[in-house]
Design a protein around this ligand. Structure first.
Ligand code: S3P
Length: 440
């Protein structure tokens, strides 16, 4: 079903950020293998995370919803995960599937893994290769996309591995397999990526060490055989979801938004740094800590934007925010250039191509590069009036709807269903702030 976002005169109010998707997946996984019963509040109840909860249940953990965003999870502890009786469906989620592959690899079990059309087209070789080196097996031999069958092994070998891509999913997958490997597993990242797995493992009582390598390298290691202990934890707000509301305030003719309870972590804040460079008026008020992360209330208001070159050093810390950054770039004066972001080609969609198409259909001039794009900003509201192809990609859908709130003409999307994978309350939150979004 198509949806249209109409231009509105103001975009104002305060919203509590939904739970962070990355942390929600990890909380379910770690609580599900821990000894004892964990209580998790503030969990994101998006489709991606619910698929991880179902997978953990099928593998033997007890996961019960005790109230809105509140879950009680009794982990399998020393008994370990067991083979599920039917295929594990990860839906649209790269994070769910790749991290679970690592987690499952260290147990004697067999599991069939499936996903939706978008996930079934995404590369899995990046996690299969290191897991095979550790001793896990994947069938059919030579296949590097879902559907796949995983055969875990209780006697995994520890490895030292340097992934080609700077990817928190690959790092986390290997560390989670390393939990049950014999010896010390070490991952050398080209550049530090989001560190939620490391932080959350520590909160469950696991020792994880992190040190600097040469240049920008970040080396993370974990000793196998450590038992996790249950915790009580609350999931911090998702900066990637907050970015949509913050962008809405920046481009609005009368914008003033506070997004409360957002995680402030330097491995995730690239979008806010880039927006500030472009001239966005942002503020952050520290409000405390939660689940080993700092929390802030983020503020944003109407701002005149200027284009800029996005430094490649920011790419990893804003990897999910390029669609919404492209929207800011469309409103800015001058060019915004993104390079070194070739990983965008293998997200929920080929995001470089999807971003370029989203802007062009709305009258914005944009150039596509192999590893990024250049937007020629409109120095104010872009024409709009286009129908955006969302390509099973929640972040393209949400970015286009935000763009419509302040473009000259309304912006439509072909489908809004995928938004529920990461931000089920998105439409309600947008409307609360003043957006006018309707089905066509
Ligand atoms: C995630 C890591 C990122 C990001 C994804 C969530 C995670 O993927 O795009 O939405 O939770 O570890 P990559 O590690 O593949 O870049």
């Amino acid at each position: 079903m198509a949806w249209t976002s109409f231009p509105v005169a103001r975009f104002q109010g305060a919203i509590r950020a939904p739970g962070d998707k990355s942390c929600s997946h990890r909380a379910l996984m770690l609580a599900g293998i821990a000894k004892g019963t964990s209580e998790v509040t503030g969990l994101l109840e998006g489709e991606d995370v619910l698929n991880t909860a179902r997978a953990m249940q099928a593998l033997g953990a007890e996961a019960e919803r005790t109230g809105p965003q509140s879950w009680r999870i009794t982990g399998v502890g020393a008994a370990g995960l067991r083979s599920p009786s039917s295929a594990l469906d990860f839906g649209n989620s790269g994070t769910g599937s790749r991290l679970m592959m690592g987690l499952m690899s260290g147990y004697d079990l067999t599991a069939d893994l499936i996903g939706d059309e978008s996930l079934s087209g995404r590369p899995m070789g990046r996690v299969i290769d290191p897991l095979k080196l550790m001793g896990a097996e994947f069938l059919p031999e030579g296949r590097s996309q879902l559907p796949l069958t995983l055969q875990g092994k209780a006697n995994l070998k520890a490895i030292s591995y340097a992934p080609k891509q700077a990817s928190a999913q690959i790092k986390s997958c290997i560390l989670l397999a390393g939990l049950n490997a014999d010896g010390e597993t070490e991952v050398t990242e080209k550049r530090a990526t989001r560190d939620h797995t490391e932080r959350m493992l520590r909160s469950f009582g696991v020792e994880v060490s992190v040190r600097a390598g040469t240049g920008t390298e970040n080396i993370v290691s974990i000793r196998g055989g450590q038992q996790l202990e249950a915790v009580e934890t609350s999931i911090p707000g998702d900066p990637s979801s907050a970015a949509f509301l913050i962008a809405g305030a920046i481009i609005s003719p009368a914008g003033g938004v506070v997004v409360e309870h957002v995680m402030s972590n330097e491995t995730r804040d690239g979008f806010f740094q880039a927006a500030s460079r472009m001239g966005a008026g942002l503020g952050a008020e520290q409000i405390g800590d939660g689940a080993g992360e700092r929390l802030v209330d983020l503020q944003a208001a109407t701002s005149a934007l200027k284009g800029c070159d996005i430094p490649e050093t920011l790419v990893a810390s804003m990897i999910d925010e390029f669609p919404i950054l492209a929207v800011l770039a469309a409103f800015a004066k001058g060019e915004t250039r993104v390079t070194g972001a070739d990983e965008l080609r293998v997200k929920e969609s080929d995001r470089i191509s999807a971003i370029v198409a989203m802007l062009r259909v709305n009258g914005v001039e944009v150039e596509e590069h192999e590893d990024g794009f250049t937007v020629m900003g409109c120095d104010g509201p872009p024409p709009g009036g286009g129908l955006v192809e969302t390509r099973h990609d929640h972040r393209i859908a949400m970015s286009a709807l935000v763009m419509g709130t302040a473009s000259q003409k309304p912006v439509s999307i072909d489908n809004a269903d995928m938004i529920a994978t990461s931000y089920p309350d998105f439409m309600d939150h947008m409307r609360e702030l003043g957006a006018d979004i309707r089905t066509a």
